[in-house]
Write a protein that binds this ligand. Structure first.
Ligand code: FMN
Length: 163
């Protein structure tokens, strides 16, 4: 598959098979994602791997768009670490989260980015993480149980500005 086909074939997947996710696939995705760039190469991030069903249920109840978490066999929460990069941790964390999303696609796993920004304290409390860690994204992970069509994108002429 070409690089362009790979990138444009990724979809947000919200329904997952019940089949467990093999550890080696997950770790392969982490191995790829950690090559994300970061300011000063500080790599201010942590991946929390969540298998505990009671924690997964609580994450699924965070807000009205977090329901896809409920049927995922495993969940990864990406945190950025403000104590390592006080100024750029959120940008760095967003980059590594995007890398992880693509890396999961690369190893044949499916996911969707679940919004965290209005539930920061609650997510810290559910996963018992310190205040220096900031939740960037929650990724319910599994094998896909749906194949949604490509979602529309804005017209390029409205996005590219030549100056
Ligand atoms: C920062 C961010 C937050 C998102 N939050 C949610 C969410 O909470 N729940 C959800 O179902 N999808 C969420 N999405 C997925 C988007 O809806 C999806 O990426 C968009 O509709 C484009 O579809 P595609 O990913 O299949 O190309 C989020 C995506 C991003 C990048």
């Amino acid at each position: 598959m070409s690089c362009a086909d790979f990138l444009t074939s990724r979809r947000s997947i919200r329904k997952f098979m019940q089949e467990q996710v093999p550890d080696d696939l997950l770790w392969k995705a982490f191995e790829i994602a950690r090559f994300a760039p970061s300011a000063h190469n500080r790599q201010p991030w942590r991946f929390y791997l969540v298998r505990d069903r009671s924690k997964i249920t609580r994450l699924a109840e965070l807000h009205r768009w977090s329901k896809p978490i409920l049927n995922a066999p495993v969940v990864v929460v990406v945190f950025s670490d403000a104590s390592i990069s006080p100024v750029s941790h959120i940008v760095d964390g967003s980059i590594v989260a995007t890398y992880l999303w693509l890396a999961l696609h690369c190893v044949g796993l499916a996911t969707v980015w679940i919004y965290t920004l209005e539930n920061v304290e609650e997510i810290r409390e559910i996963l018992d993480v310190p205040d220096n860690l900031y939740p960037i994204a929650i990724f319910p992970v599994g094998f896909p149980a749906e194949s949604p069509p490509k979602r529309p994108r804005k017209d390029l002429k409205d996005l590219v500005v030549e100056v």
